[in-house]
Design a protein. Structure first.
Length: 135
């Protein structure tokens, strides 16, 4: 089992925090694209924000266990993309199990698929931009 040791630097914290906000924002955007004005009712009571934060936590945990927060791995683009896709596949599997056991956590029909595709594109783009800024 992987130890929960994290070498927390300002750079790794910025990557982690911004990525979490990016994932929550992507879930909101996917909900808006799918539901239109209905997104305000989904997020108004706080349940939508809780569901988006849950997705971000599961996603970031899977990214962590796939060693995607090891900043040295960001230089190999192929390894970065494959690692992110693997972590997001694990995220999808874990969330599917959670949605099966706790149907109240489901974010909406179609929202999950749109969000998953957008998260792949945006997380990879964010990571490439983050690495580029450091060079």
């Amino acid at each position: 089992m992987k130890a929960l040791y994290v070498s927390l630097t300002a750079r790794s914290f910025a990557l982690f925090a911004t990525e979490g906000l990016l994932i929550v924002g992507t879930v909101w955007l996917a909900a808006w694209l799918r539901l239109g004005s209905g997104v305000s009712t989904m997020f108004s009571g706080g349940t939508g924000l809780f569901k988006a934060a849950l997705i971000a936590v599961v996603c970031q945990a899977c990214l962590y266990y796939a060693d995607m927060y090891d900043l040295r791995r960001m230089s190999d683009r192929r390894e970065l993309f494959v690692g992110i896709v693997r972590a997001l596949a694990a995220t999808s599997f874990l969330l599917a199990l959670m949605y099966y056991w706790f149907p109240a956590l489901v974010i909406g029909r179609g929202v999950f698929v749109i969000a998953a595709l957008m998260v792949i594109a945006l997380v990879v783009s964010w990571r490439l931009a983050f690495d580029w800024v450091d060079e």
